[in-house]
Ligand binder design. Structure first.
Ligand SMILES: *Cc1c(COP(=O)(O)O)cnc(C)c1O
Length: 432
C-alpha cells in the first residue's frame, strides 16, 4: 500500500460533512452512511478507486432506504416466489400502506370519536369479495389462521385429518406438527394415496373438534388416488375447517383445478383458512372466512391478540380487495403473445447494445402458493449464464433462472411497466 495514497484518502469526519453525504446521514442515519463511507475508503486503500473519488463512490453506494430489503425484479417465472416475498403489492395497496403508516383510524370511528372494531373496513371488503362467508377474521399468516382454529376449536380434542393431506408447507414446517403444537390431537384417517368418507365417519366422535381438509397446494398425487371433498365431509355432522392455502376467492378459469373459498363455503365448510399473499395478491396475512359463530370464537380467543395484524397489513389488504386488478392476477392472466412481443422488443434493444440476447419460449409456474403442476406458457430473454450473478447484485436486483447454461429472464411475473428498468439492468450488468 502506497503511504502517500493512504494520506490523500479523505477522513471520515470530512466526508460526513460533505453536503451530499451529510444530507444522506440526516435521511438514512449516521451509522449507515458511515459504513458506506468506510467501505469506499477501503476501496481507495486497496487501490480500486482514486482517493479523490471516495466521496463520489460513497454517494453512488448509498442505499435508497434505511431498510435492508432491496427491490427485486422477479424474472424467475415463479409468480409467487416465497424467497422474494410472494405476491407483489398493487400500486393501490402500496399507496394505502403509505397513507396508514402514520397515526390512522384503525380502531377509531372518526365520526363519533368512539372506539371501533379493528380493521372493520378491511373485513367488509373481504366479505364483499366472498359473499358466501358470514364473517371474516384476519391474522398474521395462513399458518396462524390454522393455529387459531386448532386452538380455539380443538385444543385437547381431536382433529380428523387424512394421511394424504399431512402437508409440509415449506422450510421444514409441517401442518400436522403445527396442529399438534396447539395441544390438539391428530386423528389420522385413510392411507397416503386414498381416503374414503367411511374412514372419516369411523374416526368422528365425541372428542372431535373438527375435520380438517388441507389443499395439497405444493404437490400433486397421480395414479391410484382418492380423497374426500368438502361437500361430503360436511355431511359428517361436525365442523369442517378447510385449509385452502392459495387463497383464491372465487373460481379462476386459468386454474381449473385450484379450489376457491366461495366454492368450499358453498359446499359446506364451516371455516376456510387461506393466505393473503398467494393468489389473492395481497400482503402477508391469514384469512379466516365462514360461519359467524365460529369466526367470533376465533376472534375472541386470547390467542387472537397474539396473532393480530398491524395497520399496514389491514390497509394493504383492503386496497388489494377494493383496488384494480393485482399484479399477481395480471401475471396469471397475461397473454403469452404479449409476453413474446415484450421479450422480442427487449432482446432487440439489448442486441443493438451488443448484448448476446434473444427471446425464447419459456414456462412459468404459480409457485409454492398454489396450482402445483400447472405450467403457464411464457416468454423469456435468454442471456449468457454469467449475467445471473451481476443481475442479482445490480440495482434494482434482477433474479432470473439458469437453464442449460443460459440465464433466462422470464417475463410472466414482470409487470410491463418494469420493462425499461429490466433492460437498463441488463445493460448495466453487461458493463461490469
Ligand atoms: C401456504 C399454505 C399454508 C401456510 O400459509 P402461510 O401464509 O405461509 O403461513 C398453509 N396451508 C396451505 C395449504 C398452504 O398452501
Amino acid at each position: 500500500m502506497d503511504p502517500t495514497v493512504v494520506r490523500r484518502i479523505p477522513r471520515t469526519d470530512a466526508l460526513l460533512a460533505e453536503p451530499r453525504l451529510s444530507a444522506a446521514a440526516r435521511r438514512l442515519g449516521r451509522d449507515l452512511v458511515k459504513s458506506v463511507i468506510v467501505a469506499a475508503q477501503d476501496r481507495a486503500r486497496r487501490g480500486e478507486i482514486a482517493p479523490e473519488a471516495v466521496a463520489d463512490a460513497a454517494v453512488a453506494a448509498l442505499p435508497d432506504t434505511a431498510g435492508g430489503l432491496r427491490p427485486v425484479i422477479n424474472a424467475t417465472g415463479v409468480l409467487l416466489h416465497t424467497n422474494l416475498g410472494r405476491a407483489p403489492l398493487s400500486r393501490a395497496a402500496r399507496e394505502a400502506v403509505l397513507a396508514a403508516s402514520g397515526a390512522t383510524d384503525v380502531e377509531l370511528d372518526l365520526a363519533s370519536g368512539a372506539r371501533s372494531r379493528r380493521g372493520r373496513s378491511a373485513l367488509d371488503a373481504l366479505l364483499r369479495r366472498v359473499p358466501a362467508a358470514e364473517a371474516a377474521h384476519v391474522v398474521n399468516n395462513g399458518a396462524a389462521a390454522l393455529v387459531l382454529a386448532a386452538t380455539a376449536l380443538a385444543a385437547r380434542r381431536e382433529i380428523v385429518l387424512s394421511r394424504g393431506e399431512m402437508v409440509e408447507i415449506g422450510d421444514g414446517f409441517r401442518i400436522p406438527d403445527l396442529l399438534v403444537s396447539t395441544g390438539a390431537r391428530l386423528r389420522e384417517v385413510g392411507a397416503t394415496n386414498r381416503a374414503r368418507l367411511d374412514d372419516y365417519a369411523a374416526a368422528v366422535g365425541p372428542d372431535t373438534g373438527f375435520v380438517l381438509k388441507v389443499h395439497p397446494s405444493n404437490f400433486v398425487m397421480t395414479g391410484f388416488t382418492g380423497s374426500v371433498g368438502v361437500r361430503d365431509l360436511a355431511r359428517l355432522g361436525v365442523p369442517v375447517v378447510a385449509d385452502l392455502g392459495s387463497g383464491l376467492p372465487a373460481p379462476d378459469p386459468v386454474l381449473p383445478d385450484e379450489p376457491d373459498a366461495a366454492t368450499w363455503l358453498r359446499d359446506g365448510a364451516s371455516l376456510v383458512t387461506a393466505s393473503g399473499d398467494k393468489l389473492l395478491g395481497g400482503p402477508q396475512c391469514g384469512l379466516v372466512l365462514g360461519k359467524a359463530d365460529l369466526v367470533e370464537r376465533l376472534a375472541r380467543h386470547p390467542l387472537a391478540r397474539a396473532l393480530r395484524v398491524d395497520k399496514l397489513t389491514l390497509a394493504a389488504l383492503e386496497a388489494t380487495l377494493r383496488g384494480p386488478e393485482t399484479p399477481t392476477r395480471r401475471a396469471l392472466h397475461a397473454d403469452v403473445r404479449v409476453l413474446r412481443d415484450r421479450a422480442e422488443h427487449i432482446a432487440q434493444k439489448l442486441r443493438a447494445e451488443g448484448v448476446d440476447a434473444h427471446a425464447v419460449d419459456s414456462s412459468a409456474t404459480v409457485g409454492g402458493g398454489g396450482a402445483p403442476g400447472v405450467a403457464l406458457p411464457s416468454a423469456a430473454i435468454s442471456l449468457p449464464e454469467s449475467y445471473a450473478v451481476s443481475l442479482r447484485l445490480g440495482s434494482p436486483a434482477v433474479v432470473g433462472r439458469v437453464e442449460n447454461g443460459r440465464c433466462l429472464l422470464d417475463l410472466r411475473a414482470v409487470p410491463d411497466e418494469q420493462d425499461a428498468a429490466l433492460t437498463a439492468a441488463v445493460q448495466a450488468a453487461g458493463e461490469v
